[in-house]
Design a protein around this ligand. Structure first.
Ligand code: G3P
Ligand code: CA
Length: 365
């Protein structure tokens, strides 16, 4: 009888053990999938941590630097995750093979895109600006690139160096064009002091340095200002980042060439384009986003329309019907953000990603 009871209890134990093994396997599987998903979504969802009660505690943390400049800080956000949880996220960031530009673009959420990094709080198109955009939980980080005299790509919006560097002071010449100097020469300039003395000594980044800073924290959005498609594609291939970035241009002929050379690139057609397919400049009326833009835009291979604020709910719907995403630049007021979100745009490019904080209820979170 005892033997029978012992057998029975060991059977029960074995059953329990089997069950536990099954459960352990299930949990392990779940954790693995959750782990993979966690990273895929972390860049997408980071700003969700601003939703709900957490939001009250995050953006209120503004610091004043020694010159009295008000600089919002999101650093405390990290402490709101358990240290282990945040550590896992940080580690996962080292293996972001799954985080592709296409997945982020197609996520179905309105994306937050930092303009020239975070141009409101840091000198535009510099590494501090990109780092701040990451802290400000942008999903994607936009920058402008140009080709130098020696064929390097540097991050710079304007054609010349006057506005955002000390070139004029250092070289005693006005309007020195980016393409008239080598990258090494341009990197001797100060690209931070014009914005604020505390950024003195900040350099003009090479595009490859900017990519290393932004990715994998967010998806880089590279706006072509000059240079041929081969040069940027060569760099992206060498860094294995072809599927990890979005490439934009107002020059739709450039986009068509880029698409032909590297169909795997996610392209965004900036509008209105600098020139029409027939070589003319678009008239004023055509600066609106209207259906007649769709055909030439689709011919570029672009998946995203990146337009100014002149869009209507109807035009956004027409774009969506053609399986195109719509991003809007450059949106620097919460009122406008709210209006645009109501028109169901897919992305908002802003100098200040923190502006979206009061809009969390509208952001589809
Ligand atoms: O990426 C959109 C926006 O940056 C285009 O305008 O002049 O700021 O490069 P711009
Ligand atoms: Ca730009």
């Amino acid at each position: 009888m005892f033997a029978h009871a012992r057998d029975q209890s060991s059977n029960i134990l074995l059953e329990k053990l089997d069950m536990n093994i099954e459960r352990a396997k299930w949990i392990a599987d779940f954790m693995r999938q959750a782990g993979q998903k966690a990273f895929q979504q972390i860049a997408l969802l980071r700003h969700r941590c601003l939703a709900g009660p957490l939001s009250q505690r995050l953006c209120q943390n503004a610091i004043h630097d020694e010159d009295g400049m008000r600089v919002p800080s999101l650093r405390p956000a990290r402490h709101l995750f358990s240290s282990r949880g945040w550590g896992q996220i940080e580690r996962m960031k080292l293996h972001p093979a799954d985080l592709s530009a296409l997945k982020v673009v197609a996520s179905g959420r309105s994306l937050l895109i930092g303009h020239r990094g975070c141009a409101r709080w840091r000198p535009e198109n510099t590494l501090p600006s990109f780092r701040f955009a990451l802290e400000a939980v942008a999903d994607l980080v936009e920058l402008d690139f140009r080709e130098t005299k020696d064929g390097e790509l540097v991050v710079m919006h304007d054609r010349d160096l006057d506005r955002t560097t000390d070139a004029m002071h250092l070289w005693g010449k006005k309007r020195v064009a980016v393409d008239s100097r080598t990258a090494a020469e341009i990197q001797t300039l100060d690209a931070g002091s014009w914005f604020h003395q505390r950024f003195a000594g900040t350099r003009v980044p090479l595009l490859k340095e900017a990519l290393d800073t932004i990715y994998p924290g967010a998806i880089p959005v590279l706006e072509h200002k000059s240079g041929d498609p081969q040069t940027v594609i060569k760099l992206l291939r060498a860094k294995r980042l072809v599927s990890k970035v979005v490439l934009l241009s107002f020059n739709w002929a450039f986009l068509r060439q880029a698409h032909h050379l590297e169909p795997g690139l996610v392209l965004g057609a900036l509008g209105p384009p600098s020139v029409l397919p027939d070589g003319r400049k678009p008239r004023k009326l055509l600066r609106l986003f209207v259906a007649r833009w769709l055909k030439p835009m689709r011919e570029t291979g672009a998946k995203i329309i990146v337009w100014n604020k002149r869009v209507s709910r109807h035009s956004v719907k027409v774009a969506h019907d053609h399986r195109l995403k719509v991003w809007i630049y450059t949106v620097n007021s919460t009122k406008l953000m709210k209006r645009l979100l109501a028109t169901r745009v897919d992305g908002i490019i802003t100098d200040d990603p923190l502006l979206m904080k009061p809009l969390v209820p509208y952001w589809g979170l």
